[in-house]
Structure formats: structure tokens, C-alpha cells
Design a protein around this ligand. Structure first.
Ligand SMILES: C[S@@+](CC[C@H](N)C(=O)[O-])C[C@H]1O[C@@H](n2cnc3c(N)ncnc32)[C@H](O)[C@@H]1O
Length: 270
């Protein structure tokens, strides 16, 4: 059975399947990934990622067998939330995030690429950079979509120049990485975004944490994990980005396992 757990090891996080193997995936994945979305636990090497809880080979094989893209397979079969990724993309389109056809896009933690794939259906950037800690998925994304994989140290976008990106986004990442990593990435996201560009990410904010939601996480979340999902105060995010020249333009809730996550859309002042 997959047991979602989260542990911090030196400022990064690792996710993998507990109990490993196909049988573990078969028996536990629908129930637990459907509720929690992923599985996180302590690692010795501190560099793990989505590949550890969604093994690359097995997931690709299963998606092919189901005749689905890997992103749709994760949404529909593993998470039991068909259309969840597309619905976030639809919201972003309605908010005009893709309207200016961003020429440079940067995504943190794309994992299987389910948001990446759909983003590339909305716009045609000349350059799409990714920062991803899971090596097999990184290779797959580079080979499949021609994106540029940047060296990923954990919480820095140092290889990316100041003000060089039109759209910076991250999905279901900042509830899996610890506070310091998220905070450091926030400064970096504001730094690399060009004036007039957009920053999109989700966080499990107060809007996602009414008493019923907290009860659901407490009773239905995985056992033994004490850092996932990580919460972030909405106000702290909004106030921080305001000081970095980025105004909150919109927000909406999206499904995340047991509960929801709040997607925040910022525009960097020109
Ligand atoms: C829960 S998964 C979400 C994946 C993808 N965005 C999605 O929604 O399907 C979190 C992703 O962040 C990656 N990740 C974890 N820590 C990271 C870090 N410090 N920097 C960049 N990516 C990281 C993981 O490898 C994984 O791909």
C-alpha cells in the first residue's frame, strides 16, 4: 500500500512509493493517490521527485495500455480526477494567461508533464525551461517536448536570467516542498519574470482549510506523513509578491486529493 509521508531532508523533499513494485501500485494507487495525489517520504539522497512515487517505466506502460497520455492517465486513473489538469488550464486561459502567447515559459516541478503538455497546446513558446529533480521524467520531457532542463539545485533558478521569462508556473509543487524551499523559489520566480509577465502557482492556503477540509485531511490523508501537504498562508504569498513587484490578479480553487489547492495568478508590474 502506498503511504503518503513527508519528511524534510536538508531543504528538499523526496517522493516515492512505499512498499514499491507493481502490486503496491495496483492495490494502493487508486485509493491513496486519488486522495493525496502523491507519496512523500524521507530519502537518503535528497534528490528524489515524482519518479519515486510514480515510477517512470511502469506509469508509461500503464498509460500506453490505457491508450491515454501520461498526464490524462494520472488524472483519470491514478488520481481519479478526470479533467482536473485541463480544468486548471481552462481557468488560466479564461484569465488571459496565454493570450499574449508567452515566448518564454519556465515551469518548476513539471513531473510527468501533465501541465506542460496542455500548456503547449495553449501557446507556442520559443523556449520552455524546466526545473525538475526527478531525472527519468526530466529526460522524458526533454525528449518528448523539446524543453530545456536546467540544473535543479532545489530552490534556485540561478541559470535563468533576470526578467527573461513571460510565464513562470508550478503546479502541486509548493504543497510538497518545505517552507524554506518554497520561499526561496518565490523570490527567484519574481526575479526571472519579465515586467508584464505572469507567475502562476498553487498553494494550500486558508481558502483550502476550512474545518471540514482539515477534518478530511486529518481523517483521510495518508498515515505517517507529517509534512505533506504543506500549507502556505495566502496573505504571506500575496504580500511577498507585492513587494517583489507582482500583483495578485486572480485566484481559484483546484482539486488536490482530499481537498483543494488555491491557484494564484500574479502579474509583474511593467
Ligand atoms: C507533486 S509533484 C507535481 C508534478 C506536476 N507538477 C503535476 O502536477 O503533475 C511535485 C513535483 O515537483 C518536483 N520537485 C520536488 N522538489 C523539487 C524542487 N526542489 N525543485 C524542482 N522540482 C521539485 C517533483 O519531482 C515532482 O515532479
Amino acid at each position: 500500500m502506498l503511504t503518503p509521508m513527508a519528511e524534510m531532508t536538508g531543504g528538499s523533499c523526496l517522493m516515492r512509493a512505499v512498499g514499491g513494485g507493481k502490486s503496491a501500485l495496483k492495490s494502493g494507487v487508486k485509493r491513496l493517490l486519488g486522495r493525496a495525489g502523491f507519496d512523500i517520504l524521507r530519502s537518503a539522497n535528497n534528490l528524489g521527485g515524482v519518479d519515486d512515487f510514480i515510477p517512470f517505466e511502469a506509469t508509461m506502460r500503464a498509460a500506453r495500455a490505457a491508450d491515454l497520455s501520461v498526464g490524462d492517465y494520472i488524472d483519470e486513473v491514478m488520481n481519479g480526477t478526470p479533467g482536473a489538469t485541463q480544468s486548471t488550464i481552462d481557468e488560466l486561459r479564461a484569465l488571459g494567461v496565454f493570450a499574449a502567447n508567452p515566448g518564454t515559459v519556465l515551469e518548476i516541478g513539471p513531473g510527468s508533464g501533465r501541465y506542460l503538455e496542455k500548456t503547449l497546446k495553449e501557446c507556442s513558446p520559443g523556449r520552455y525551461e524546466i526545473y525538475e529533480t526527478a531525472a527519468p521524467w526530466t529526460t522524458y520531457l526533454v525528449d518528448t517536448f523539446g524543453v530545456v532542463a536546467q540544473p535543479t539545485a532545489g530552490c534556485s533558478l540561478a541559470p535563468t536570467l533576470d526578467g527573461s521569462v513571460d510565464l513562470v508556473h508550478a503546479h502541486k509543487v509548493f504543497n510538497t516542498v518545505p517552507f524554506l524551499g518554497a520561499s526561496r523559489y518565490f523570490f527567484e520566480m519574481a526575479r526571472v519574470t519579465r515586467p508584464g509577465g505572469r507567475i502562476v502557482f498553487d498553494a494550500m492556503t486558508e481558502a483550502c482549510l476550512d474545518p471540514a477540509a482539515m477534518r478530511a485531511w486529518a481523517t483521510e490523508g495518508g498515515t505517517g506523513h507529517d509534512s505533506y501537504p504543506a500549507a502556505l498562508p495566502r496573505r504571506a504569498c500575496v504580500d511577498l509578491f507585492a513587494t517583489l513587484g507582482c500583483n495578485l490578479e486572480a485566484s481559484f480553487l483546484a482539486p488536490m486529493g482530499v481537498g483543494t489547492t488555491e491557484v494564484l495568478v500574479f502579474g509583474k508590474r511593467a
